[in-house]
Write a protein that binds this ligand. Structure first.
Ligand code: SF4
Length: 376
């Protein structure tokens, strides 16, 4: 039975719940079987990476967390007054007053059912009222496990559309924000939109009332003045849906793995892993990875997988675009040998071998030209 097999892969510990950041990261590298299997089994990837000697480079400093919390509090001050000003600009809210619900008023254990009730009531209401829902709690099924997610805030606007608001403390400087951080924020917001759509569907409402346009709020030019922009997360939603469906159908991947394979850390009574690190690294190596430079900001196993890709000279290190263009050429040495004509192309490699030879000739010509110029 699949659940038993996933339990055996994880070992005798409860599955790790996924938060929105972790679910969003699934969309960063949807083609990786290793990540799909580990996440479906609820394996603690952060502890696994640490135990095999490749701790993840993530984690925000205390200072960054405090700064982020202070900025969020500022945006939400006085019943989200500042946020309302921003939403008037980006969503063209015509309503002068907006109601505010702090869903956390009911206590943590009731927050999910209270969120359901409030969203249900809001979705039934055809009136013009706009409402902020602060600290809502959504649930999303990930490979058979329920994960609870907490968006920064949801704005309910005129016309019955819900917009997720994502508050981030990275700055927008001269109208530009770090594109990697914006992409990560878009993926995370897409998780909330997906969870909200699931909730609307469960409640019998049209899921598309949760808009694919999310509002990103950041500080402008290092001053703490908030600025907002709309992000279209349709692409992130599509990738996320595909990846979650793949995790739900992880059976095929798991069925192809050796029966005795496990990522059990063999923790002792105090939770310290006792499994030999080399043995655990071998177990990880039994599931194919698809390393891409994007993993460095999205997956706890990034240093482990990058090291593995380096060791075999994988073309994965060159990024997805180059790897896809080299389709079927697995290593850098193989690509170089094809470019130099030192290796016969395998079946189906004729076209890429021709292109590589051509690129090799162009490079040689350029280098020759540079040398001649240098000699003059
Ligand atoms: S770091 Fe490794 S396991 Fe994680 S997504 Fe990338 S290749 Fe897959």
């Amino acid at each position: 039975m699949m659940k038993d097999r996933l339990d055996a892969l994880r070992g005798p510990v409860p599955p790790l719940a996924h938060d929105a950041r972790a679910i969003a990261a699934l969309a960063a590298n949807p083609g990786c079987a290793r990540r799909a299997v580990l996440d479906a089994a609820g394996v603690d990837k952060e502890l696994t990476a640490r135990h095999v000697g490749f701790p993840a480079p993530f984690g925000r400093s205390r200072f960054a967390i405090t700064r982020g919390d202070a900025f969020e509090a500022q945006v939400k001050e006085s019943g989200c007054a500042e946020l309302l000003r921003l939403l008037r600009e980006v969503l063209h809210l015509p309503i002068p007053e907006v109601a505010y619900h702090d869903v956390s008023d009911v206590g943590a254990h009731l927050r999910h059912s209270h969120t359901r009730r409030l969203i249900d009531r809001a979705a039934r209401d055809d009136g013009d009222a706009g409402t902020f829902y602060d600290h809502p709690l959504f649930a999303l099924e990930i490979a058979g496990h329920t994960s609870y997610l907490e968006p920064d805030v949801i704005a309910f606007r005129l016309g019955g559309r819900f917009h997720v608001v994502e508050i981030k403390s990275f700055p927008v400087i001269d109208g530009q924000a770090d594109p990697v951080k914006v992409a990560a924020a878009a993926r995370q917001a897409a998780v909330y939109v997906l969870a909200l759509r699931e909730l609307l569907r469960e409640l019998g409402h049209d899921p598309m009332r949760a808009s694919h346009e999310v509002v990103l709020v950041c500080p402008e030019n290092f001053a703490n003045k908030p600025v907002a922009a709309l992000l279209d997360v349709r692409r992130e939603l599509a990738v996320l849906r595909r990846q979650l469906a793949r995790m739900a159908r992880v059976e095929d991947l798991v069925a192809s793995l050796p029966e005795e394979l496990t990522f059990d850390l063999a923790r002792d009574a105090s939770g310290i892993p006792t499994r030999p690190a080399a043995e655990l690294a071998d177990a990880l190596g039994a599931v194919a990875a698809r390393y891409a430079p994007e993993c460095m900001s999205a997956c706890d196993l990034c240093f482990f997988c990058r090291d593995e890709a380096r060791a075999c000279g994988s073309t994965d290190l060159l990024g997805r675009h180059v790897r896809d263009q080299l389709g079927g050429v697995a290593t850098v040495s193989e690509a170089l040998a094809l470019a130099e004509g030192a290796r016969e192309p395998a079946d189906g490699q004729d076209e890429i071998a021709r292109l590589l030879r051509y690129a090799g000739e162009l490079r040689a010509e350029c280098l020759e030209g540079l040398e001649l110029e240098g000699a003059r």
